[in-house]
Design a protein around this ligand. Structure first.
Ligand code: FES
Ligand SMILES: [Fe+2]
Length: 441
């Protein structure tokens, strides 16, 4: 880890900050051959939504690699290296064929798995195409999302099925994509930093979510078998509202409903969305949402099902508008293209950030040592339990504010520990979930 900047104890001491330390490369660099890049490549990653693949190929970048994604006329999805192995022309200008994609320059034809099917112009007896393959990655479509595996072929895991994706009474539908000009880690950390919802989203920018989000919550954090959750507990009248937002290793977040206000008691709600924080390269990141929409009226607001944007997730309309009403976008991308941890001063509310960094570093080191990192599931039939939710329970206030805070914390902690012991989605309804999961794979 890079050396920390000095802890300034001097007024007007800017001069003593002479050097800007380097970023933590182990956690933030994602290109081929980097430790974190290798870690990310052990997991299936989303590439785009299925309905984006029409009659033209898409040029994309993922984990620092230039790639082309397309659907051929037989319906197969290909994810190939961008540059043709003949003389390097980009396949974004290729012609989509019955089977594969054809380079526009001299017509070489590539199947989705990288097989070179034709090399027109080469002599008939040429064996080049039988000896050479183009670089390709396996893909899989589920829930309207194209996933790809960019890791070592002999370690290909099954596509994971989380209980929230196959929840009875809910549809999992494609949402939006958002693009951030900064490193993936600061976007993941944002979700493990609940203090910001009370400040940035309420006090600075007016109530972006519900008014009740403006109360500074009692905070706690807990590791789960697949990552971690924060537990933010607030008092709303006679109720205690516990909100748990989840980081699923390595780069999936599950967010509890932002329309919750804690007024009405209810059990475990499950997440409103799951979203992947996909590194494009070291300084650009794509968020891709899978939204969870209830099949019952009045549970999920209509705007959620029609793919409207989540407030505050894209750049403000102008620089000035961003200064006057900053959102997640302004807060995160302005931490620098890659936030420098050696310049930070983490406080009590940042325990979630530290916990997530520790888990990530453990995963990176496990992957680099040749083991499976935590969160990777090799059981093809498994429905993996997850823990994101809002729960609102009636709990009379304690006599003093300090005791009530203690009571809130304990309530949140007890709920969370109970959920980790008996996952509400992955346990009681696991059979139904498993049936639906089987129908998907
Ligand atoms: S450069 Fe692609 S076929 Fe020649
Ligand atoms: Fe936020």
């Amino acid at each position: 880890m890079p050396t920390r900047a000095p802890f300034l104890r001097t007024k007007f001491g800017g001069y003593f900050h002479r050097e800007v330390p380097a970023e933590d490369a182990e956690l933030t660099h994602v290109g081929p051959g980097t430790p974190c890049g290798e870690y990310m490549r052990r997991f299936w990653q989303p590439v785009c939504f299925s309905d984006e693949l029409k009659d033209l190929p898409h040029r994309i970048k993922m984990l620092g690699e230039e790639l082309v994604v397309f659907r051929d006329k037989s319906g197969a999805v290909g994810l190939l290296e961008l540059h043709c192995p003949h003389r390097g022309t980009s396949l974004e200008f290729g012609l989509i064929d019955e089977r594969g994609i054809r380079c526009c320059y001299h017509g070489w034809l590539f199947a989705a798995d990288g097989t070179i099917l034709e090399t027109p112009g080469e002599p008939a007896q040429s064996t080049l195409k039988d000896r050479l393959c183009h670089g390709a990655y396996p893909t899989h479509e589920a829930h309207g999302i194209v996933f790809a595996y960019l890791g070592p072929p002999d370690r290909l895991p099954p596509l994971p099925v989380y209980d929230s994706f196959v929840r009875p009474g809910y549809r999992a539908i494609p949402g939006q994509t958002y693009f951030y000009p900064c490193n993936w880690l600061q976007i993941m950390e944002n979700a493990m930093d609940p203090a910001h919802t009370a400040f940035l989203h309420t006090i600075v920018s007016g109530a972006v979510f519900t008014e009740e989000f403006g109360v500074l919550p009692e905070l706690d954090f807990a590791e789960t078998p697949i990552g971690m959750i924060y537990i933010a507990t607030r008092r709303v009248g006679e109720n205690v509202w516990a909100r748990m937002v989840e980081a699923v290793l390595p780069n999936l977040q599950q967010v509890a409903p932002i329309w919750e206000n804690g007024q009405r008691a209810h059990p475990f709600s499950g997440p409103m969305m799951s979203r992947w924080i996909v590194p494009i390269d070291d300084t650009n990141t794509m968020l891709l949402e899978l939204r969870h929409v209830s099949e019952m009226d009045g549970v999920t607001p209509p705007w959620w099902a029609d793919r409207s944007m989540v407030p505050g997730q894209i750049a403000a309309a102008s620089y000035e508008a961003g200064q006057r009403r900053p959102g997640d976008y302004e807060a995160q991308m302005s931490q620098r293209p890659i936030a420098i941890h050696a310049l930070e001063h983490l406080g009590a509310t940042d325990r979630g950030v530290s916990m997530f960094r520790r888990q990530t570093r453990r995963g990176i080191r496990a992957a680099c040592a040749g083991s499976d990192p935590a969160g990777l599931c090799r059981d093809a039939g498994a429905v993996i339990a997850t823990y994101c939710n809002d729960t609102v329970v009636p709990v009379a206030p304690a006599p003093t504010e300090a005791l009530d805070k203690e009571l809130m914390r304990r309530t949140g902690r007890d709920l969370a520990e109970g959920y980790v012991r008996h996952p509400p989605l992955g346990d009681a309804r696991v059979e139904a979930a498993r049936d639906r999961a089987e129908a998907l794979v």
